[in-house]
Design a protein around this ligand. Structure first.
Ligand SMILES: CC(C)(COP(=O)(O)OP(=O)(O)OC[C@H]1O[C@@H](n2cnc3c(N)ncnc32)[C@H](O)[C@@H]1OP(=O)(O)O)[C@@H](O)C(=O)NCCC(=O)NCCS
Length: 144
């Protein structure tokens, strides 16, 4: 089931961050997300356990996907697609006309997922990421 993040999901989301990223966001950052007026945090859970999440930001009709992650043990089961389906639905409700994101060049899995959702690769930012250093690909879906 996918729903907006609640207070009880915060530690689960922080755990997904810790297990999925080399630069994880802290528990405090995730908790602050509950108060954000710009950001929407969505979690996918089964039997009360957070298995994955995504967060997107909307400013002036433009959306940006900031993070999406699924726990390693639960990948390849369509959970990120459930999150993306809900993200698109929620973006449309908020009047978003276009969505962007940035992704590590080597992250083939995520780039495939984004292409599936109509994102196209528009720009490369050289050596944008640290830990490890890597190019960022900027992708847009301008017809959501
Ligand atoms: C990118 C990421 C979110 C994808 O999550 P996921 O839940 O494994 O993705 P899905 O299961 O929805 O789809 C992945 C693949 O599983 C396949 N799949 C979907 N449903 C399936 C099912 N029921 N059974 C088996 N495979 C399935 C999909 O076809 C897809 O394959 P493809 O990529 O070859 O097309 C995940 O790999 C991740 O958390 N990565 C680390 C964090 C990250 O890099 N995030 C992106 C940058 S912010």
């Amino acid at each position: 089931m996918v729903h907006e993040m609640r207070r009880s999901d915060v530690s689960g989301v922080a755990e997904v961050e810790r297990l999925c990223f080399s630069d994880p966001w802290s528990l405090e950052t995730v908790k602050d997300g509950l108060e954000s007026s710009l950001d929407t945090w969505l979690v996918v859970e089964e039997e009360g356990a957070v298995l994955g999440y995504c967060v997107f930001r909307v400013i002036a009709g433009e959306g940006e996907l900031l993070r999406i992650a699924v726990l390693p043990a639960y990948r390849g089961r369509g959970l990120s697609k459930k999150l993306m389906d809900r993200l698109v639905e929620s973006s449309i409700k908020k009047g978003v006309k276009s969505l962007s994101l940035e992704v590590r060049e080597s992250n083939k899995k995520a780039r495939n997922l984004y292409r599936y959702y109509g994102f196209e690769e528009e720009t490369i930012r050289k050596n944008y990421y640290r830990n490890p250093c890597e190019n960022a690909i900027i992708m847009w879906n301008r017809r959501i």
